[in-house]
Design a binder for this molecule. Structure first.
Ligand code: G3P
Length: 218
């Protein structure tokens, strides 16, 4: 499973790149606004740092506006993926952008039916939001299982599943167990994936015992 960071924060991206575990980045207007920085500056920095797909979001409600914004965003880099909301107008835009070789990521997906529609429209990626479903007393991970099952049933491989709106490490593990293509996560969740109390305890013990070893070279 590929690991994407769901962020507009360049420092977080740099850190994940140093760890060697970053395959791509997703952003949205909320994440960009959180940085307090000009959009073009942030987008260009992210695109310079990351080789993998970088999703940048459109904000128009009509297909014409989405296509216009999508084309503008696609000009910023070869690895730009245009994020389009799951609406009928959005699917028109997906079809146009994909036919012109611009990859799209259908966002704000909350049901298997919406994911199937995105795949039929020809989207390269579909982003079901599991955390927001959990927040609404629903089972977010259930729709990932269902989308995966549907895509497998019909051998849909041109649309990759991005598990989005991730809240904790178990979301990542469950996404991998289901076989989702990608999990996009906040930096805090990525950091937590490294840690286990027994690892910390084990390190402390080995360091302590090392002190007892005669003739230590370091
Ligand atoms: O970028 C889309 C999605 O991951 C947003 O997550 O935490 O705002 O529900 P969240």
């Amino acid at each position: 499973m590929q690991f994407f960071l769901d962020t507009g924060n360049v420092e977080e991206i740099k850190q994940a790149l140093e760890w060697g575990i970053l395959d791509g980045v997703t952003t949205n207007p909320t994440l960009i606004a959180k940085t307090g920085r000009p959009f073009m500056e942030v987008a260009k920095e992210i695109l310079q740092l990351v080789d993998g797909p970088v999703s940048l979001e459109t904000v128009s409600k009509d297909a014409e506006g989405m296509v216009k914004e999508g084309k503008f965003l696609a000009e910023l880099g070869d690895n730009v993926v245009v994020k389009i909301p799951m609406t009928p107008e959005g699917m028109k835009a997906v079809q146009i952008l994909e036919s012109e070789g611009i990859p799209t990521n259908v966002t704000l997906v909350f049901s298997p039916a919406q994911a199937l529609i995105a795949a039929k429209a020809g989207a390269s990626f579909v982003s079901p939001f599991i955390g927001r479903l959990d927040d609404a007393s629903s089972d977010g991970m259930k729709i990932i299982r269902e989308i995966k099952q549907i895509f497998d049933n019909y051998d849909i491989t041109d649309t990759q599943i991005i598990v989005a709106s991730v809240r904790h490490p178990m979301h990542v593990v469950e996404a991998a167990l289901i076989g989702a293509d990608i999990c996009t996560m906040p930096f805090e969740v990525m950091k937590k994936l490294f840690y286990h109390p027994l690892t910390d305890k084990g390190i402390e013990l080995f360091i302590k015992d090392w002190e007892k070893v005669p003739g230590r070279p370091f």
